[in-house]
Design a protein around this ligand. Structure first.
Ligand SMILES: NC(=O)c1ccc[n+]([C@@H]2O[C@H](COP(=O)([O-])OP(=O)(O)OC[C@H]3O[C@@H](n4cnc5c(N)ncnc54)[C@H](OP(=O)(O)O)[C@@H]3O)[C@@H](O)[C@H]2O)c1
Length: 354
């Protein structure tokens, strides 16, 4: 359903529009001319032209379905806080799929690499078998298996798998740990500096969702991998330094580098649940991994890929450097996402290790 070729604007429902991906998806679909219904459970402070807030809880499905009548795509941008994945992840997904089925809409999920365990190959394609070795990974596999199973009930769905998010307000590894103390001349990296790691610049990932949503829907559950940026820690820290200096974000002198005290966090995980949850996924900083984006490119053609330095410049600016922010932000950062985000509402997001 391509808004540029149809007389009526197609409608997309973004569940969890107050979140990082939810906010970026709201912006991408609105910019592309879709009618965007932005569902949230708290007031959204700013929305792009073409988007309407749908401030409704998720537990009244008939009311939500009435309010979202005519929707052709449901984007499931909901994400329980890490420590509630065991209780909330699957029920929230069931709610999203129920709603999509009621609306006769396609269900789209941002997948992640948790489905692949510590034995994963360095390049992940859509054909790579999921070998989750963690609880959270197994829940993600179960979620996608349920999407697949619902194909027999007529649900059409898509998983677009991506690496770690950055570049849409607060709440990513970039602002919560890696560049948290940039103003003090310090950068942190959670693992060895020579392992390729998958990253997804959110405005670009949101564009990919919009591009796939604009394709005719097909029966069943489709999978696509979003390549994004793939970097070693050394490459990322060097790029941050390269971008930050001219922006005046780094004090003069050499940059100090630190790590994450995984040992301390593992030891105290029983007392600090968010540490326990983060430690479970620490292997992702040790095991080299990249997402193969060829199938996605074949399906939708070339996608906008913001160069790394530009993506970091916008992300570092969005993290609070104001001087140049007013200059030329090509993608409007929706303040809604600038609000406090979930994971780091939890006390004790990883401290940096000297
Ligand atoms: N973060 C990453 O690096 C990454 C990478 C790949 C894939 N993903 C996947 O992308 C999806 C979105 O992740 P994200 O990082 O954008 O999430 P996020 O920023 O944490 O936002 C999640 C949204 O879900 C809402 N929410 C959570 N529990 C809810 C509930 N019980 N009822 C109603 N709303 C609820 C939150 O509302 P409030 O704002 O009101 O709390 C929030 O707006 C998830 O499936 C995630 O696994 C994430």
């Amino acid at each position: 359903m391509n808004p540029t070729t149809t007389t009526t604007r197609p409608t997309v429902l973004i569940l969890g529009a107050a979140g990082r991906f939810g906010g970026a998806a709201t912006a991408a679909f609105a910019r592309a001319g879709w009618r965007v219904l932005a569902q949230a459970r708290k007031p959204l402070t700013a929305l792009p032209l073409g988007a309407e807030a749908l401030l409704m809880p998720l537990d009244d499905l008939p009311a939500l379905a009435r309010a979202a009548a005519g929707t052709s795509v449901v984007v499931h941008a909901l994400n329980p806080v890490y420590t509630r994945w065991g209780t909330d992840l699957l029920p929230l997904a069931e709610t999203g799929m129920d709603l999509a089925q009621r609306l006769g809409a396609r269900f789209m999920l941002p997948g992640n690499v948790y489905n692949f365990g510590a034995d994963m190959p360095p390049l992940l394609t859509e054909a790579t078998p999921p070998t989750a070795t963690t609880r959270k990974g197994k829940w993600r596999c179960e979620l996608e298996a349920r999407m697949q199973a619902r194909a027999s009930q007529g649900l059409r769905s898509v998983v677009i798998r991506a690496g770690d998010f950055f570049g849409s307000g607060e709440g990513s590894w970039l602002d919560l740990a890696i560049a948290k103390d940039i103003a003090k001349g310090k950068l942190v990296y959670p693992g060895p500096l020579d392992r390729p790691h998958a990253w997804a610049y959110l405005p670009d990932l949101a564009q990919a969702f919009m591009a796939v949503a604009s394709l005719p829907s097909v029966p069943g559950c489709q999978h696509f991998h979003f390549a994004g940026h793939n970097l070693t820690g050394a490459e990322l820290l060097a790029a941050i330094e390269r971008v930050a200096r001219p922006l005046g974000l780094l004090p003069a002198g050499s940059v100090k580098r630190g790590g994450i005290p995984w040992g301390l966090m593992r030891w105290l995980g029983w007392a600090v649940p968010i540490w326990r949850e983060l430690v479970e996924m620490a292997y992702l900083w040790e095991v080299p991994h990249a997402l193969d984006g060829h199938a996605l490119q074949t399906a939708v053609g070339p996608l906008p890929a913001t160069p790394l330095d530009e993506a970091l410049r916008r992300s570092l600016l969005a993290m609070g450097a104001t001087s140049l922010a007013a200059a030329t932000p090509p993608h409007p950062v929706i303040p809604a996402q600038a609000g406090i985000h979930q994971q780091h509402k939890q006390p004790g997001f990883p401290p940096a290790r000297e």
